[in-house]
Design a protein. Sequence first.
Length: 202
Amino acid sequence: MACDGRLVLTVNPGGTSTKLGLFRETELIFQKSIRHLPEELEQFDSTLGQLDYRRDMILAALEEEGLVGALRKRLQSVEHRAGIEAQFVADPLLTVPACLEEALYYIAQEALNNALKHAGASSVVVRISAGEERLTLEVADDGCGFAPAAPGDQGGMGLETMRQRAERLGSHLSIESAPGAGTSVRVEVPRAERTANPRRGM
């Protein structure tokens, strides 16, 4: 304030210029993000559409051929084409309750994907058996294996997702593996859950 009572405003040209520059830079970044947003949303929608399409195909295969037929088709269309020796073991007359098929298929698919993408397996075996007490699905491979006690090192392998799907069925999932010794993923569904579970999703 001046001696005569007038208010004096002091302007720092350099400071104002800096603030305007930062504002302009922020505005440009925001505009650039907005321009790319429609493309990103379109890619996101496309990804969701592909997932829906794949799920529809899987559900159609399960509806038409059941779990046994759908898993045979998976091994023929993926593992055999990738040069992996694939074996499927199941009683030809085995029928799996429809309420379990989708979740069991996705567990098997996840285990097979791990063998293909992460384990470097040259052979896989898928087994389905049903006894008086339980229904068992097992996927075993001869890949590099890993240490199940250190799941943090296997974050991309979907182990937690498989466990969650098994839990939704009221079943038990076990994973046996060791470095250099392959991997076996087994899910056991108690007899009570084979009849009590409604059809459940992924």
